[in-house]
Design a protein around this ligand. Sequence first.
Ligand code: AN0
Ligand code: CP
Length: 315
Amino acid sequence: MKIFSSVNDVKDISALVGEALKLKKDPFAFQHLGKNKTLCLVFLNPSLRTRISTQKAALNLGMNVIVLNIDKEGWALELQDGAIMNGTTVEHIREAAGVMGEYSDIIGVRSFPGLKNRDEDYSENIFNKFVEFCKVPVVSLESATRHPLQSLADLVTIEELKIVSRPKVVLTWAPHIKPLPQAVPNSFAEWMCKADVDFIIAHPAGYELCADFTNGATITHNQDEAIRDADFIYVKNWSAYEPYGVVTSGNEHWMLTNEKLKQAPNAKVMHCLPVRRNLELSDEVLDGPQSVVIHEAGNRVWAAQAVLKQMLEAL
Ligand code: AN0
Ligand code: CP
């Protein structure tokens, strides 16, 4: 694997999930693969899980890891081609990515969308420029439109915890005070549409995701009906795709509570984290027996390790 930016970069999804679960049982079996290889993780935005789990995954494979919080510690990056750089930006992404490629065998990049210009965000300009100019394999640590390491960890979690062969998986929108990207729900939808699950998306009117990612899913505005008898309930906020990046009020009742969970007594509750308590999910759900959010975050290590292993094997 040379690029990991979406489910479309994966040849065999169930083999990759199986690989992650095997690595979970035997984390240090492939230390020779990463010997004398360097992973550089570049963050243009904050992170807790992605940063630590990907670093841990690389260490398990015997790699050296360098983390650069380029938004805080690097030179201000220019992204526009042809820019006259007489303003605040100091270094063009062409040189910055090219130089980082000289120091790295694999690069990871996190670049959130601006949520102002949809065409620009959905063109994946920043991620694609890293790929073009660094000339080494690149793994997405969440780009403008997708979060594939999260989705792989989510699928690993579902495979691991399911008790029926084809589980009912519900992605339900949750309230938030800030406009958040569509990357996590886009990506989750894209992976679930290819997995052996019965997949339903529930959201208030006006929060339709781009159809490119949801092809094959059942979509409803009725949250109660969607979550009834679900096996997995995946909670996530996102801002509107149309009009782009907008957040409307009046949907506070979409928070997942124990009262709602009564309709899905066997459901496991998932969230990518970070989560805003008592806004997206109530304390009682997060602290209750149906929540698997910490376990899910733990699986980020094995998802990242499976992807890095395939990249190292292709070097
Ligand atoms: C980010 C998002 O929704 O894309 C990162 C989630 C992994 N969340 C926030 O900004 C709170
Ligand atoms: N879920 C996730 O990607 O978390 P971080 O933003 O903390 O990395």
